[in-house]
Design a protein around this ligand. Structure first.
Ligand SMILES: Nc1ncnc2c1ncn2[C@@H]1O[C@H](COP(=O)(O)OP(=O)(O)O)[C@@H](O)[C@H]1O
Ligand SMILES: [Mg+2]
Length: 225
């Protein structure tokens, strides 16, 4: 039973993309899988099939419907804002303890061979007035997979995220560079730069591929384990 928390250096970097590839790669390698995306904001701008929840369900070969999306993502908010602000726009507060309980039931205590939980935004995004993603990861005690990009500026963003995760005693299972469209250098060059300053971390990269790319999925699953 192996569980990971999928976090990132920021929003729109590739968490769902990498989570989908991992789920598909694990399944191709014969593992049963479980996944959760408990908190999602920005629903107002998305068709059902475009939601993170639907993408993860598809990667697990499960039906996408209003019901399955609601089960995968109990806390859904319309505004494309940080979760705490999106919830506040609807007069709500995200119930931290309930989110943790959902993660326990849907993934941590599930009998699947492999499981993952996708967070929201980057490592320091607030969930409510007192909790951030760091508290969420800390409460679950699950190793993190840190998804980063290849864009100009990623080295500082990634080293900052690594440092803050380490300072909060959150184990980093891997840093995955999900290649950006506008990357000025190769992912190998980015990883070499990161490794000079954070040598204890395991790094890999994923090229520009579809999130159902079988070869990339299996390569990533083999690397992550
Ligand atoms: N390696 C990649 N190859 C192709 N597209 C990618 C890659 N990484 C991210 N993307 C695309 O970038 C966008 C943002 O990624 P997404 O996984 O939704 O980010 P996040 O979950 O962190 O908000 C999506 O359209 C996604 O398909
Ligand atoms: Mg996502």
């Amino acid at each position: 039973m192996t569980r990971y928390f999928i976090t990132a250096t920021g929003t729109d970097v590739g968490k769902t993309h990498i989570a989908s590839l991992l789920l598909r790669g694990w399944r191709a390698n014969g593992f049963s899988v479980a996944a959760a995306k408990p908190v999602l904001s920005g629903l107002g701008e998305l068709d059902l099939n475009e939601t993170d929840s639907a993408r993860l369900l598809s990667a697990m070969d499960q039906t996408v419907s209003e019901d399955s999306v609601a089960a995968m993502t109990p806390w859904r908010y319309q505004a494309a804002l940080s979760p705490d602000m999106a919830a506040a726009r609807e007069g709500k507060t995200i119930p931290f303890d309930d989110v943790m309980a959902h993660c326990q039931q849907a993934v941590m205590a599930h009998d699947a061979d492999r499981g993952l939980i996708e967070g929201a935004g980057g490592v320091f995004v607030p969930l409510d007035d007192t909790h951030t993603m760091l508290d969420w990861m800390g409460a679950l005690g699950t190793p993190a997979i840190l998804v980063a990009g290849g864009y100009l500026g990623t080295i500082s963003h990634t080293l900052t995220a690594i440092e803050v995760l380490q300072n909060h005693d959150i184990k980093i299972a891997a840093v995955v560079i999900s290649e950006s469209t506008d990357a000025p250098v190769s992912s190998e060059e980015t990883i070499n730069a990161l490794r000079r300053f954070a040598p204890s971390v395991r790094y890999t990269s994923v090229p520009r591929v579809g999130e159902d790319d079988n070869g990339a999925a299996i390569a990533l699953a083999d690397f992550v384990g």
